[in-house]
Design a protein around this ligand. Structure first.
Ligand code: TXA
Ligand code: MG
Length: 324
């Protein structure tokens, strides 16, 4: 990997090359969202299934107005959470200039206005928004520092932005109708959104592929797959991951949470000694990366994480990471 300056990042993107970018959530693998060749490079480098759509990042809502059709709900959520870790799934606008492969065959497009100052400085200098998934090979652990990106993609130019503040991806919300529906849990919780919109539903991926019969979402009945990314295995370390650990095996590393730790681990990464969920979320992917790359560790045991707020999001990521 070569670190690049802001000017070099702009030049690379203008030539339809890929650049690693920092976000407040996780690092991204970015390309000009309007250019089909540039976007195809993302799918190729990540090994990402063509059926899994990408998020489009803009400097402000006004830069995304000709990309997506903003509903009153979308505008309400955007004013509350942008710039920030919220992604809105909306209908593509009539003459949407975003490459069709970004939407992976759907009539919708996912848009967000990120908060990271380095990424914002970059977006400000571009005449197009950026399509960017997380900068990890498909199915692997998301990167929360530039070293993680380097480990995955040694030849990719990366814009340095320090460690990602949130450490978990953005929350993906279907905002096409009256009631917001979370398609992917993320840094902004269901409670945060419900505070703004009065109600917020969560789409149950595995039980409900064709949409609900709930009258507020009747329009969705024709939409077969709501959030394709949720159907793929994700966030997986190379070593076996064991959740809700009550003991540690001799060859395991321990991903700990809180002050009272399990004894006997060779290596320990504590997500938050003081038991703070925000701090633990910030550290989660770094902890998985760290234990996964330690040669003495042959498996990862994870202590229970309280199932509330950001804890639910972390448990969802860990559950997917542990899937065989
Ligand atoms: O925080 C983030 O969101 C990061 C940073 C780089 O912005 N990006 C990220 O992208 O996590 P990715 O590709 O790893 O995850 C995008 C998720 C996937 O689950 C995808 O299926 C969903 O968003 N998505 C994208 N477009 C969609 C659409 N039109 N309809 C439904 N889901 C969509
Ligand atoms: Mg990802």
């Amino acid at each position: 990997m070569t670190y690049c300056t802001l000017e070099q990042a702009v030049a690379c993107l203008n030539q339809n090359h890929l650049v690693g970018i920092p976000a407040e959530t996780v690092y991204g693998l970015a390309a000009n969202a309007y250019n089909i060749c540039a976007v195809k490079k993302i799918f190729h480098l990540k090994g990402r299934p063509a059926a899994n759509p990408l998020i489009v990042h803009g400097y402000a809502q006004s830069n995304l107005q000709d990309v997506a059709t903003f509903t009153p709900l979308a505008t309400q959520l955007a004013s509350a959470f942008w710039p920030g870790p919220l992604t809105l799934v909306l209908e593509r606008s009539r003459h949407c200039p975003v490459a069709m492969c970004v939407s992976a065959g759907l009539s919708t497009v996912a848009v967000r206005v990120p908060a990271h100052p380095v990424l914002r400085a970059l977006l400000q200098q571009l005449s197009y928004p950026l399509a960017a998934p997380s900068a990890n090979p498909s199915g692997r652990i998301s990167p929360t520092c530039s070293m993680h990106v380097r480990y995955a993609f040694p030849d990719l130019p990366v814009l340095e932005g320090g460690r990602c503040e949130k450490g978990l991806e953005s929350t993906v919300v279907d905002a096409r109708f009256k009631v917001p529906r979370i398609l992917r849990l993320g840094s902004i919780t269901q409670e945060d959104i419900a505070e703004i919109s009065g109600r917020c539903d969560v789409h149950q991926t595995d039980t409900n592929v064709t949409g609900t019969t709930d009258s507020d979402h009747l329009e969705n009945k024709t939409t077969k797959i709501l959030s394709p990314g949720q159907y793929f295995r994700h966030y997986a370390p190379l070593k076996p991951l064991r959740l809700h650990a009550q003991h540690v095996k001799a060859d395991e590393g321990l991903l700990a949470f809180g002050a009272s730790m399990l004894c006997g681990a060779k290596k320990v990464y504590n997500l938050s000694v003081k038991g703070c969920l925000q701090e633990a979320a910030h550290n989660l992917f770094d902890g998985l990366h760290t234990l996964d790359t330690m040669t003495q560790v042959h498996g990862i045991a994870v202590m229970p994480i309280p199932h509330k707020g950001l804890g639910c999001v972390m448990n969802e990521r860990l559950m997917r990471a542990a899937e065989k």
